[in-house]
Each structure stands twice: as C-alpha cells, then as structure tokens.
Ligand binder design. Structure first.
Ligand code: NDP
Ligand code: 8X3
Length: 252
C-alpha cells in the first residue's frame, strides 16, 4: 500500500518541491494551500510526471474551523493512512525594530506559524494515534535557533516551533508517532517576496552574492528523515548553504 504525505503550503517553495520529490518516491499526496490556482498548477505538473493520487485541500491554516473541516473531509477509502504530516505553511511579514512593527503583520505571523501549525497537528494526530504510527515534520528555521536584528516576531514564531517540536515529541511518545523539525537557513523561494510585500528587487537582493539553499535541498532532507527505519527518529536538523553559518553570519 502506498504511503501518504499531507503537506501544508504546497503551492510554492519548499512545500511544492517536497510534493514533487515524494511523488517521485510513490507517495500519495494531500496538498494544501490558500491559492487554489497555484495549487492546481503544482498538481498538474506532478500528475504529468508521476502516476500518484493527489487530493487538494484549500484552506487557511489560521482558521481552526476550516482546518478541522478540511481534514475531516479526507476520503479514508482513498487515503486510509496519513504517514507523514509536513507542517510547512508559514511566512515572515516585514523586518524592522520592535517599536515599528505592524500589528497585523505580527498577528498573521503568529496565527500562521504557531497557531496554524497547532490546528493542523491537532486535526491530524487522531488519525496517527489510531494507526499507531506517523511522522510529524515541522519546518522551523535557523531563525528558530538564533535571533537576528529586526527579525523579532518572525524569530519568536520559529523559536515557538522549536519548542513545540520538542514538547510534541514527548506528548506523542506513547503512540509511536515520530516528531522532527527541519530548520533551513536562507532558501530561495517566494519567502522574501512575501516578507517584503511584493517588492521584487528587495526580495531578489536577499539572495545576491551567494548561493542560497534551493527548495529541492530542503525537500531532500525531509525525505531522508521520512525514510529512516521505523525505530529511528532524527529530532531536528539545521541546514544552511555553504556561505551561511547561522541566522546571523552570512558571507556575501
Ligand atoms: P513560500 O512563500 O514559497 O511558501 C509558503 C507556503 O505557505 C505557500 O505555499 C503558501 O500558500 C503557504 N501559506 C502561507 N500562509 C498560509 C496560510 N495562512 N494558510 C495556508 N497556507 C499558507 O516560502 P517557503 O517555501 O520558503 O516557506 C515554507 C516554510 O519554510 C515557512 O514555514 C517558512 O517560514 C520556512 N522557512 C523558509 C526559509 C527560506 O529562506 N525560504 C528558511 C527557513 C524556514 P498560499 O499562499 O497559497 O496559501
Ligand atoms: C527564513 C530564514 O534568515 O530569513 O526562516 O529568517 S531567515
């Protein structure tokens, strides 16, 4: 029987690359995002290459009711198991000193990166408990290990992901559910375009002068964790490109 991975934020970047890679390995996919057109584009690309079953779910992870209804709508005859949950949907908005922060940006980051991850996890865990196995993989960040200037609230949300990753692993220990985090450094996706609210020049300049990670590099790490023997759980892994040492030290 094929395994199934549920990926939040599969319409772009790391989620999209992970969907491609797991499809290549024969996984069935449950792919979620808010932008229906972008998600359907990703699904069409994958279906042109791999004969896998794919279920799109369109919802906003910030909305607990939408999350619950979407997860409950998964047809269990088509997708009898959820083997891997990739908690990937997330974003940064803005970058500046704490006293100049935008309250809406703060709320959106907290509601997406922390509360959204919690809502999806709570909705999926009952399935994994009843299976007696499963693997929850969070996308954290180097920003969840060390804070950097003007990164305040985004860094705080990723530190929270690190804390939740540790505590979920304890809580889910009795149920055979693995819990891991993958913490990437700078990775060229739509991340900076979102952070700088569509300013393409500013977004592009983030990756000038060095070779950042690509989303495929992160996807390969996620696959490595997911394919380990049943008794092995990598708790967390931090990966950066060669020019980056941590969230602060980046050589351009
Ligand atoms: P992208 O902007 O390319 O992808 C983000 C994905 O998250 C999109 O598919 C987006 O889909 C989805 N998303 C955002 N908000 C919501 C929401 N409220 N509800 C549902 N889906 C949502 O960026 P990345 O691929 O880089 O980001 C993926 C994760 O990686 C994030 O958690 C980010 O913090 C983390 N990360 C990124 C790094 C980087 O340098 N790029 C480094 C370290 C961590 P849609 O808009 O269609 O809803
Ligand atoms: C994304 C990486 O350095 O922009 O989490 O915060 S960074």
């Amino acid at each position: 029987m094929s395994k199934t991975i549920l990926i939040t934020g599969a319409s772009s970047g790391i989620g999209r690359s992970t969907a491609h890679l797991f499809a290549a390995k024969g996984y069935q996919l449950i792919l979620t995002a808010r932008r229906e057109d972008k998600l359907h584009q990703v699904i069409a690309e994958i279906q042109a290459r791999y004969p896998v079953d794919i279920l799109p779910l369109i919802f906003d992870v910030q909305d607990a009711r939408q999350v619950q209804e979407a997860i409950q709508s998964i047809p269990t005859e088509r997708f009898p198991t959820i083997d891997v949950l990739l908690n990937n949907a997330g974003l940064a908005l803005g970058m500046g000193p704490i006293d100049q922060g935008d309250l809406n940006d703060w709320d959106t980051m907290i509601d997406t990166n922390i509360k959204g991850l919690l809502y999806v996890t709570k909705a999926v865990v009952p399935t994994m408990k009843s299976q007696g196995y499963g693997h929850i993989i969070q996308i954290g960040s180097t920003a969840g290990k060390v804070v950097y200037q003007n990164g305040n609230v985004y860094c705080a949300t990723k530190h929270a992901v690190d804390a939740l990753n540790q505590s979920m692993r304890i809580d889910l220990l009795p149920y055979g559910i693995k819990v891991s985090a993958v913490n990437p450094g700078a990775c060229e996706t739509e991340f900076s375009l979102v952070r700088f609210k569509g300013d393409e020049n500013r977004a592009k300049s983030v990756y000038d002068g060095f070779q950042p990670l690509g989303p495929d590099d992160v996807a390969q790490t996620i696959l490595y964790l997911a394919e380990l023997p049943a008794h092995v759980c990598i708790n967390d892994v931090t990966l950066t490109c060669l020019d980056q040492a941590n969230a602060i030290y980046l050589q351009k």
